[in-house]
Write a new protein. Structure first.
Length: 255
């Protein structure tokens, strides 16, 4: 995680605010600084309002829950009426089971073509930014723009400066790689509420998956083991290009 302080504006700030229960806007202002100082004071840290490696370490250690319990898997399984094995197959295929990067960020993949659409939704002309931000804005899907892993973080932070909400709506997050613009489908009132669960825990990410599977109509196809239709609805019409259906079937049959 990056060192941040008053005046910073980034996904790191949004993540900090999620951890400390502060208003989430991604802008490190006076209230966020006060929240940081209070946290530092209560944990015997230097009270300077700057979130560096040591403060991040304690914040992550205290506020993030890692791992998914058997009880959590079973709860979602019962809620949806699908096998745990099917849920775990999605978990395996979408991100190889990786929920968070070693640096602390959620696993993510930034989608430039979706950011183009999300900017338009917010009354911003994406054409204006095409030349100045070619790595994060594209009229069409372009595989070459993906950087992968930690290198996706600078991409989303570049987008965050143009439009915080649009940037979060334009990335697939966590172990299940669900894109932010689906927040309403998943049962959230705002994309920031969605991101808070992505950031906070792996079980939060599982809850997002549960909402997405319900909202997108995938559950019946999970019950019937129609892997092609699951993949089409989960990954889009281009699912065959990456063999998502065959990977999902293999992960289910050979967990």
């Amino acid at each position: 995680m990056e060192t941040i302080r008053k005046g910073s504006k980034s996904i790191d700030v949004l993540s900090l605010q999620a951890s400390l229960g502060l208003k989430m806007d991604g802008d490190f202002g006076e209230k966020t600084e006060t929240g940081v100082k209070d946290f530092q004071d209560s944990h015997g840290l230097k009270i300077d309002g700057v979130v560096g490696p040591k403060t991040w370490e304690i914040i992550l250690g205290e506020t993030r829950k890692t791992g998914i319990s058997d009880e959590a898997w079973e709860k979602v399984s019962r809620s949806l009426g699908v096998e745990v094995k099917m849920l775990k197959a999605i978990h395996s295929v979408e991100s190889s089971g990786v929920s968070f990067l070693a640096s602390g960020y959620p696993a993510l993949l930034f989608e430039a073509h979706i950011f183009y659409k999300e900017l338009k939704k917010r009354g911003k002309n994406p054409e204006v930014f095409l030349k100045s931000h070619p790595g994060i804005i594209s009229r069409e899907w372009n595989r070459k723009l993906y950087k992968g892993g930690q290198d996706e973080v600078p991409r989303i932070n570049e987008a965050f400066l143009l439009s915080p909400e649009a940037s979060i709506c334009s990335a697939s997050f966590g172990a299940f790689q669900i894109c932010g613009f689906n927040y309403g489908l998943c049962g959230y009132l705002s994309v920031y509420d969605f991101y808070k669960d992505i950031w906070s825990s792996e079980e939060g990410q599982l809850n997002i998956l549960s909402g997405y599977l319900k909202g997108s109509g995938i559950v019946p196809y999970m019950k019937s083991k129609n892997f092609q239709e699951i993949a089409r609805r989960y990954n889009g019409p281009g699912y065959k290009q990456n063999g998502y259906d065959t990977k999902l079937k293999a992960a289910y049959e050979h967990p």
